[in-house]
Design a protein around this ligand. Structure first.
Ligand code: ATP
Length: 251
């Protein structure tokens, strides 16, 4: 379970240090086990800032976040051990093979010996990476890169999984593979939190949707509840009504 409580984060404009940008302004929500929770918001709403705070890349000015009850600031390593991360920007070490890349991340999570070997083989099998496993990752397609990133996020079998716009740049087949995996993790009782501004994806996948605008919670509920709340028949119209603008909306 992931809990975000009253998160505040401002950035100082590097050119004009008197200017600050408020990225998070008291954001709170919970993402439960056995559910896919979507963070939906227009460009600049604070989605990535929130997720970066969860995985310890940013430190909130105020408020706190916990992963399975563990504070991400007080016990960052213990919190990270419970978390698989699919970040907004991902790179592969192109001199390594896919297997070596996954192995490296498994080692970073403290795995070793036979346990590590079995975990790598399991994730390679689960994500159908057999043919790619011993190729160097240089030249991998976007979908292949996505799968390796997914494998390195999952190799330590985390209970919670955070993804920042995971389907960007993916074709239909890769998007379907990713969606199927998210549905499988959900069925096994994992907590999945992902950000998006693609309405169809959120409506199709999410049990609950957190709508963020200007760094705050604008509304939350099932896609159906949000439509009812806004008095609209589809999530896109409901979203526009609930945030009071159509800026940054992707259909
Ligand atoms: N390192 C930074 N320095 C300055 N401003 C930042 C920084 N990171 C984020 N911001 C600002 O904080 C606000 C929230 O940005 P964030 O990337 O969290 O939004 P987002 O909801 O993920 O947007 P998008 O959908 O466009 O990816 C924006 O105004 C952004 O310009």
């Amino acid at each position: 379970m992931i809990e975000v409580n009253n998160l505040h984060k401002s950035f100082i404009d590097k050119k004009n240090k008197k200017n600050t940008v408020k990225a998070l302004d008291g954001l709170s929500f919970t993402a439960n086990d056995g559910e896919i929770t979507g963070i939906l918001g227009p460009n600049g709403a604070g989605k990535t800032t929130c997720l970066r705070t969860l995985y310890g890349l940013l430190c909130a000015d105020e408020g706190f976040a916990t992963i399975d009850g563990i504070s991400v600031t007080e016990k960052p390593l213990a919190a990270r051990a419970k978390l698989g991360i699919f970040p907004d920007k991902f790179g592969l070490y192109e001199r390594l093979t896919a297997y070596e890349q996954i192995d490296y991340f498994a080692s970073l999570h403290g795995m070793s010996g036979q346990v590590k070997k079995q975990a790598i083989e399991q994730v390679i099998q689960d994500l159908d990476l057999g043919e790619l496993a011993h190729r160097k990752t240089v030249g991998f397609s976007q979908g292949q890169r996505m799968k390796i990133t997914l494998a390195q996020a999952l190799v330590h079998q985390p209970q919670n999984f955070v993804l920042d716009e995971p389907t960007r740049g993916l074709d239909v087949m890769s998007t379907r593979i990713l969606r199927n995996h998210l549905a499988k993790f959900k069925a096994k009782g994992h907590c999945i939190l992902f950000s998006s501004h693609v309405m169809q994806e959120v409506a199709a996948l999410c049990d609950r949707v957190i709508i963020v605008a200007n760094g705050k919670l604008a509304a939350q509920g099932t896609p159906q509840e949000l439509c009812e709340l806004a008095g609209e028949s589809n999530l896109e119209e409901a979203f526009v009504k609930l945030i009071g603008s159509d800026e940054g909306v992707a259909a």
